[in-house]
Every structure is written in structure tokens, then in C-alpha cells.
Design a protein around this ligand. Structure first.
Ligand code: BG6
Length: 478
């Protein structure tokens, strides 16, 4: 279904994110006929370039990052014809009158701040002063949304000077991933899971976001951030919220975000023994984290594993184990819900622990399995085995199951539709920082040094111990 006609201005329109994600994503939506003809994408940046130069840059970006679709050259030409470029000075006066003249107020307009957060204030102020944005305009901002509670509050305040909360779209691209949304469908569209989704039946929950890439190329940013700020404070906490939240009464932006906020606010402070930080070591051929970050004494973590608890009636006493890291064994994000052992076995000789496990794979392959216990087939008597019940829907849904929509393109279309459900509200971001700040400050105060781990492994030994000492184990990263 096409969205309404729009003008989208991308500040930082020549930057890495625009070239890799935003523009190829928009092109895919264009091919899928979701972007109405007449809509315009206006690149705005410092570079001295004209519209023709910009179109050429976008052709090249799409050829490099656009995948299969980029081969449709006719379509690509029709797409680039909808692009414009304006050279603007975010801190000065150049370009703003031209931008005002180009923007059409009779269509939806959105402003994507794909720039350093230090420019948010300048951009917001100029959009307001030059009367480029009005009460219906939308602004889209990228993470990192601050680096702690204080800076997040400052950013929220800067944006609030010129825009209402209903106009602000804070991106966490994990919320745009297909299976992440499916989490809500599975939980709240079935009778089967929700009655068991609590501390009476769930033993623990694991959330893993493992990456194989290192930080090479973005070391300067990353070294000031680390896995806690880069991944846990946003992506992993969002996943935790969707897994743990109560059912909203309706699937709308504020109802969903109210419930997520309650989860974050109910998170208990973490005992330092329940966090493990790691840093990848060098191999014979690959540089270490410190070399990648060009900081020989860096104490920044490229891996973090932690155990946390949510203090409410549903979850009291259920540990949630979260881990994420770079240069691990495989690229794999999954959520594992481990149900409690059956209380009593009626089968003589059956000494194995039988427990149901729901595994939800987010990427690279999306899927879901439920481990169930059945009788081992054959004449061997009543012997039980655990088998995965595959709930990956490819067979049932056929080609429709293959949705290649990237998180960014889905989210940008939601901005145009005015749907904030998959975006973070200001109070959510602040609450997430309020929880992570003391942990980070604690490491700094103690001079905590991350444990080295081998590239291609599952992270430092201590992360395994985090669960082993409680008689549990991580689901293998594969
Ligand atoms: C980004 C982080 O937000 O997410 C990166 O800054 C990380 O460090 C990336 O690599 C992971 O995203 P995805 O979609 O590849 O899992």
C-alpha cells in the first residue's frame, strides 16, 4: 500500500548511513510501489555538490549496497529523478532559504537527522526559524541518543524546544526487524504462550546478539562507547522489553511504549558480579580490539554479558541473561525462553531433565522452534526424547514468508505514515540510560579491565561461568 506523498530531507545525505541503508532502503520501497511518484528525497549536507552530482552518488551507493534490485536500471533512473540536493551549513545561514523554497507544505514532510547529535540543536532551530518545519513535520533521529542520562535529557530538551513528542521518531533499527515484530504477534496473538509467560513456568530467558564483525573502521566512535552503550542500552533492552512487557490494551504507539517503559523501570540494579566485560584479542592474522580502536590502553568492552532481574509480579526471581559482542563465533541473534523442568516424571527410568525451550532466531535466519518431549519412536519402550518442533513458517507461507524488507525501510515508511509504535519515546531512552549509567560508572570507578577473549569464540570464559554457577548454560552461538 503506497504511503501518502512526501518530501523527505536527509541531513547527512552524503554520509555512510544514508548511502548504506537509508537510500537503498528507499529505493526498495520505490520499486515496491510504496513511494508515490511526486515524492521527493532531498539530500542536505555540507559537501559542495549539485543535484546531478548527488544523483550520481546515489546511483553508485545503490549499486554497491542495494543488492539484487539495484540491477533494475530503468527503475533506478526513475528513482534518482526524485532526488534533489541542497548544500547546507548546519551552523550557519547557507542553504536554508533554498531548502525553504523547495519544501512543499501540502505534502508530508520529514527531516532525517543522520548527523552527529551535537548538530541536532542547530538543525532543529534552523528548521524552526526558517519556517521549514511546521506542526505536522516529523524529525527522525538516529542512535546514539546521548551517551548517558544527562546527555539524553539534553537532546530531548533541545528537540522539545521546537517539536512535540508526537513529531519525534527516535530510531532503534532492531524494532524494524521482522522477527522482532513477530515477537509481539506470537505473544499476544496466541493463547498458547501467554499463560505460561511468567515466573511460575519460565526458568530463565537468554538474549544473545552475536556479531562476527570487529570495530575496524569505526574505532574512534566505538572506543568511546563500548558494547554497553552501543548495543545493550538500546537494542538488547528493546528486545528485553518486548519479551517481558505486559500486554498493551491496544497495539498503538503509546500503549506499547507505556508497557516497555514499565519493564525498564522495574529492572533491578545489577550486582557487579553479574556482569562480564570482554575485549577481543589478536590472532596471528587479525588485529586485536585495541589495534582496531587505535588505543593501546583501551579498557572499552567489545563484549558484555549480564544477568538481570525484573522486579514485578510476573518476573520476580526469573533471571534474564543478556550478551552481545563483536568478533564472535557467528552472526546470530536469538532469544531463548527456557521453561521449568516438569515437576515429576511418571516414566520409570527416565532421569533426564525435560523442559520446553522456545528459541526465537532474529537473524541471520528468522525462525522459531519449540523443544518438546516425545516418545522415542520404535519398540524400545517408553523412552523420552526432546525434539524441536519447527515453527519456521516458510513451508506454510511459501514465498510470502521471505520478506527481505530491511529494518530501515520499514521504519522510514512508518515515519511517513505517522506511526510511532516502533520508535523509542523520550522517557524510554532516559529510563534505559538511568539503568545503564551506574553500571558504566561502576566500571570506571573501579578501573575495571575487560577480559580478553579469543576471536571466533563465544566470548570470555567468565561469561560462561555467569550461567554455569547457577546450573544453567548459554545456548550455543551457531
Ligand atoms: C548498530 C551498532 O546499532 O547495530 C553496531 O552501532 C552494530 O555496532 C549494529 O554492529 C548491528 O546491527 P545489525 O542489524 O547488523 O544486527
Amino acid at each position: 500500500i503506497p504511503v501518502d506523498e512526501f518530501d523527505l530531507v536527509i541531513f547527512g545525505g552524503t554520509g555512510d548511513l544514508a548511502r548504506r541503508k537509508i537510500l537503498p532502503g528507499l529505493f526498495r520501497r520505490f520499486i515496491s510501489n510504496q513511494m508515490p511518484t511526486g515524492s521527493r528525497i532531498i539530500g542536505a549536507a555540507r559537501s559542495d555538490m549539485d543535484t546531478e552530482g548527488y544523483r550520481q552518488m546515489v546511483r553508485e551507493a545503490i549499486a554497491e549496497f542495494g543488492g539484487e534490485e539495484s540491477k533494475d536500471l530503468k527503475c533506478l533512473e526513475r528513482f534518482v529523478a526524485q532526488l534533489h540536493y541542497i548544500q547546507v551549513d548546519a551552523k550557519g545561514t547557507a542553504g536554508w532559504d533554498e531548502l525553504h523554497a523547495l519544501i512543499r507544505f501540502e505534502v508530508i514532510n520529514a527531516f532525517y537527522f543522520s548527523v552527529a547529535p551535537s548538530l541536532f540543536g542547530d538543525l532543529a532551530e534552523r528548521l524552526h526559524n526558517y519556517k521549514i518545519a511546521d506542526d505536522d513535520s516529523r524529525v527522525v533521529v538516529e542512535k546514539p541518543f546521548g551517551r548517558d542520562l544527562e546527555t539524553a535529557k539534553e537532546l530531548n530538551a533541545i528537540l522539545a524546544e521546537h517539536f512535540g513528542e508526537s513529531q519525534i521518531y527516535r530510531i532503534d533499527h532492531y524494532l524494524g526487524k521482522e522477527t522482532v515484530q513477530n515477537l509481539m504477534a506470537v505473544r499476544f496473538g496466541n493463547m498458547l504462550f501467554e499463560p505460561l509467560w511468567n515466573n511460575h513456568y519460565v526458568d530463565h530467558i537468554q538474549i544473545t546478539v552475536a556479531e562476527t564483525v570487529g570495530v575496524g573502521g569505526r574505532g574512534t566512535y566505538y572506543d568511546k562507547s563500548g558494547a554497553m552503550r552501543d548495543m545493550v542500552q538500546n537494542h538488547l533492552m528493546q528486545l528485553l522489553c518486548l519479551i517481558a512487557m505486559e500486554s498493551p490494551s491496544v497495539f498503538d504507539a503509546d500503549a506499547v511504549r507505556d508497557e516497555k517503559l514499565k519493564v525498564i523501570r522495574a529492572l533491578q540494579p545489577i550486582d557487579p558480579h553479574h556482569i562480564v566485560r570482554g575485549q577481543y584479542d589478536a590472532t596471528k592474522t587479525e588485529p586485536s580490539y585495541r589495534e582496531d580502536a587505535e588505543n593501546p590502553r583501551s579498557h572499552t568492552e567489545s563484549f558484555v554479558a549480564l544477568r538481570c532481574e525484573i522486579a514485578n509480579w510476573r518476573w520476580a526471581g526469573v533471571p534474564f541473561y543478556l550478551r552481545t559482542g563483536k568478533k564472535l563465533k557467528a552472526r546470530s541473534s536469538e532469544i531463548i525462553v527456557v521453561f521449568k523442568d516438569i515437576g515429576h516424571s511418571i516414566f520409570p527410568g527416565d532421569e533426564k531433565r525435560h523442559r520446553n525451550i522456545l528459541s526465537i532466531q532474529l537473524q541471520p535466519n528468522e525462525g522459531m522452534q519449540l523443544q518438546v518431549t516425545i516418545k522415542e519412536p520404535g519398540p524400545g519402550g517408553m523412552r523420552l526424547i526432546d525434539v524441536p518442533l519447527d515453527m519456521t513458517f516458510a513451508e506454510a507461507l511459501g514465498p510470502d514468508a521471505e520478506d527481505s524488507t530491511d529494518a530501515y525501510e520499514r521504519l522510514i515508511m512508518d515515519v511517513i505514515r505517522g506511526n510511532q509504535t516502533l520508535f523509542m519515546r523520550g522517557d524510554e531512552v532516559e529510563a534505559a540510560w538511568a539503568w545503564t549509567d551506574p553500571l558504566i560508572e561502576g566500571w570506571q570507578a573501579r578501573g575495571d579491565v575487560p577480559k580478553l577473549y579469543e576471536q571466533g569464540s563465544s566470548g570470555p570464559e567468565d561469561a560462561l561461568m555467569l550461567m554455569h554457577r547457577e546450573g544453567r548454560r548459554w545456548h550455543e552461538i551457531k
